[in-house]
Design a protein around this ligand. Sequence first.
Ligand code: SF4
Length: 243
Amino acid sequence: MLANIHSFESLAALDGEGLRYAVFFTGCPLRCAYCHNPDSWFKSSTDMTAEEVFHKARRFKPYFKRGGGLTFSGGEPLLHASFINELAEMLQEEGIGYCLDTSGGVLLTNEVKEAINGADMVVLDVKFYEPDSYKKYTGGEFDNFIAAGRYCSEKEKRLWLRTVVVPGINDSEADMERYAALVNDWRYEQYELLGFHTMGFFKYENLQIANPLVDVPALSGERLEELQRYLDKERQALRRLES
Ligand code: SF4
């Protein structure tokens, strides 16, 4: 089976634990207004088999200590669930694990469940907390994301949640309360906020596609810290109420 690959990143210390070898797939069912990788929406000239990706990744095995391994990202890696499942068999024999970095924006098919089941951990984007804004700012289906999140939680998959905070869109304390409430009954290990930035704007220009947030400034580091503290307090308060 072939998959279309956007790029690789060797020994990235992001998106999962330890040192990671990141595989960025092309294609995404969403069109997030704040996407900083719009180039991943389109096919590249690189098609690879699962064996080829396996052989590239295996060279880094000595570095995959303390929870390291592969990270499948994109684009949306779960669009390539069958490919990941084929690759996972080879990785498993070699004792190499993988992390899925996903929006959960696909239907929860058996292939997708298998790809989630095989992952060491999942990093899931919590884009918006209700269907209308989810649709408005991502073009995707809120129900798909909820189904993916619940599935990870029920399977007790190691789950990290992440939300990009965009000035004027989801940057209020009231927004943080809604995010905290949304995931309150899920099992997850951490919930991190990321500030909207403008570093990917040049890609929209290069691709000659409209950038819907071209006039929106980056979120300041101070505001991000403030909101992270507020979100953490809300999450703890909700959990205390229940215990
Ligand atoms: S899910 Fe990720 S890659 Fe896809 S549009 Fe949204 S931010 Fe971009």
